[in-house]
Design a protein around this ligand. Structure first.
Ligand code: ITT
Length: 205
């Protein structure tokens, strides 16, 4: 068994491969299908973009696909970078530049009173998953979130994107210091995936 995930983000591919391996499923991504159209992610919500990716890629392949639209919403920045998370610093998918931009934006908000504070702002990772079947035209949508804090300095080598800056107080670690399995247990993507498998079970019974 295999499932196609409509993504070109290698970090997501790795996490989905790990999650679906537990069911004995392998994962294919847009890297396995080189001639797919580019999807312009111009939606104003994660759900809009996830549906758009799923439909364009599912219709192009004429096969069911899973799409993930996700991002980081930082309270002190009024919810930014949000749907712009992948291209916050200008170049799509430049994680290091995006992380620097995030710290610069937060640094701007600091006052003399906050100087030296290690934890800058509360934040939330959000993931919307859409499973779309081009034969029926139907889709299932689920959502997962996780709350954390943005740290002043990156820590850890794991994960991708903003993980080195996303501090989890209960663990005393950033998301990038967790193993793949630990991240899966608590992450926005892990929660959205479990919600999706629950919905699929409901369909079967
Ligand atoms: P696809 O559209 O091809 O799936 P993408 O990277 O463009 O890849 P999104 O538009 O959903 O995907 O943007 C997601 C961005 O949000 C991603 O590039 C990261 O910067 C951030 N992000 C999402 N999930 C994350 C996670 O688990 N850990 C760290 N950063 C994450």
């Amino acid at each position: 068994n295999s499932i196609i995930v409509a993504t070109r983000n290698p970090g997501k591919v790795k996490e989905f491969a790990h999650a679906f391996a537990a069911f004995g499923w392998s994962v294919q991504s847009m890297f396995d299908y080189p001639d797919l159209p580019d999807v312009i992610e111009d939606g104003t919500t994660f759900a809009d973009n996830a549906i758009k990716k799923a439909k364009i890629i599912g219709d192009a392949l004429n096969l069911p696909v899973l799409a993930d639209d996700s991002g980081l919403c930082v309270d002190a920045l009024g919810g930014d970078p949000g749907v712009y998370s992948a291209r916050y610093a200008g170049t799509h998918g430049d994680d290091e530049a995006n992380n620097r931009k995030l710290l610069t934006e937060l640094e701007r908000l600091r006052t003399a009173d906050d100087a030296g504070e290690p934890l800058l702002s509360q934040a939330q990772f959000v993931c919307v998953l859409v499973l779309y079947d081009p034969h029926s035209g139907e889709h299932i949508e689920t959502r997962g979130t996780i709350d954390g804090w943005i740290t002043a300095k990156p820590h850890g080598e794991g994960g991708f994107g903003y993980d080195p800056l996303f501090y989890l107080k209960p663990y005393g670690k950033t998301m990038a210091e967790l193993t793949l399995a630990e991240k899966q247990e608590i992450s926005h993507r892990g929660h959205a995936l479990r919600a999706l498998t629950d919905r699929l079970r409901e369909f079967q019974s």
